[in-house]
Ligand binder design. Structure first.
Ligand SMILES: Nc1ncnc2c1ncn2[C@@H]1O[C@H](COP(=O)(O)OP(=O)(O)OP(=O)(O)O)[C@@H](O)[C@H]1O
Ligand SMILES: [Mg+2]
Length: 281
């Protein structure tokens, strides 16, 4: 049986410390970058010839296969592809949650493979927000405490005006004293969105953020993510299986068998669906 990815992010300690094996510590020898320029300030995140192989020998799985991609600042990008095509693996590698087997990943101008443990942890915590399909809220904390957790863990103060803006825009202002078990799935997902944005990261990775939601709740989350890009200049990279969700993005990147196989700009859900059919997804 293949063991599924279990990102560090599922645990609150994710924000505290630690690096995936092979990343951080400055120990990994990554060699010179030969693709493009090293400095690309318009880029929120970049992968250069990234390959991720799980296992070895006959059971080896090439989850990501030589992917080079750029995600621009202040842009909403969707990543689509059949189940098992490597979407989550690519996202985890690009976010510094997992180490690629080979290749280079950058957040802004920082190459993740060259950072030591502390700097990688700081970068992830300060510059990246995560929204996961399974919410990953801490059950014993209230909604408010979950939202401020990333800031509380490092003892940084939360901008109260920004927090109020987030929770009122997400429609959860009156649910803040409740624990996750007392919230609907949609409300939990919106708490996870607020948590991802509370420290104003430049980049948000969202892995199927609407996968568990009905269409009303999905619309709320997607509208909010789009607003985060348009009004506040965050970059959002969102994995989704839903063509309607992808149509909220400005660009859709398609993966199949660990490779980029297509791209759509200004996507409509019909165009996305058509492309997905072609990929057999
Ligand atoms: N920890 C792991 N060990 C071994 N194989 C893995 C691991 N994680 C993922 N894989 C395999 O790598 C491939 C890509 O997985 P990944 O989770 O990135 O796909 P995905 O596109 O996100 O799929 P889905 O849409 O189902 O979430 C799959 O074949 C998967 O089984
Ligand atoms: Mg996935």
């Amino acid at each position: 049986m293949i063991k599924r990815l279990s990102p560090l992010a599922s645990h609150p300690r994710y924000w505290l410390s630690g690096s995936p094996r092979g990343l951080g510590g400055g120990a990994r020898q990554v060699g010179p970058v030969t693709y493009g320029e090293r400095r690309r300030s318009s880029c929120a995140a970049r992968a250069v010839e990234v390959t991720k192989i799980y296992g070895s020998g006959e059971t080896a799985v090439r989850a990501v296969d030589g992917v080079s991609i750029e995600f621009e600042r202040a842009r909403f990008t969707a990543v689509m592809g059949p189940s098992g095509s490597g979407k989550s693996t690519l996202m985890h590698c690009m976010a510094g949650l997992d180490a690629p087997t080979s290749g280079h990943t950058f957040i802004g101008d920082e190459e993740l493979g060259l950072l030591n443990d502390t700097r990688l942890t700081d970068l992830r915590r300060d510059r990246i927000g995560f929204v996961f399909q399974s919410f990953n809220l801490v059950p014993t904390l209230t909604a408010a405490e979950n939202i401020t957790l990333p800031a509380d863990l490092v003892g940084s103060t939360v901008d109260r005006d920004w927090l109020n803006y987030l929770v009122s825009n997400l429609g959860i202002a009156d649910r803040l004293s409740h624990r996750p078990s007392e919230l609907s799935g949609g409300q939990q997902q919106r708490v996870a969105c607020a948590r991802a944005l509370v420290r104003r990261p430049e980049l948000i990775f969202a892995d199927e953020p609407t996968g568990n939601l009905d269409s009303n709740a999905s619309t709320g989350v997607l509208t909010f993510l789009r607003q985060a890009v348009r009004d506040h200049g965050h970059a959002v990279v969102m994995v989704t299986h839903d063509p309607k969700a992808a149509a909220y993005a400005e660009r859709v990147v398609f993966l199949a068998d660990g490779r980029i196989v297509g791209e759509l700009l200004a996507p409509t859900s019909d165009a996305v669906l058509e492309q997905m059919k072609r990929l057999g997804a």
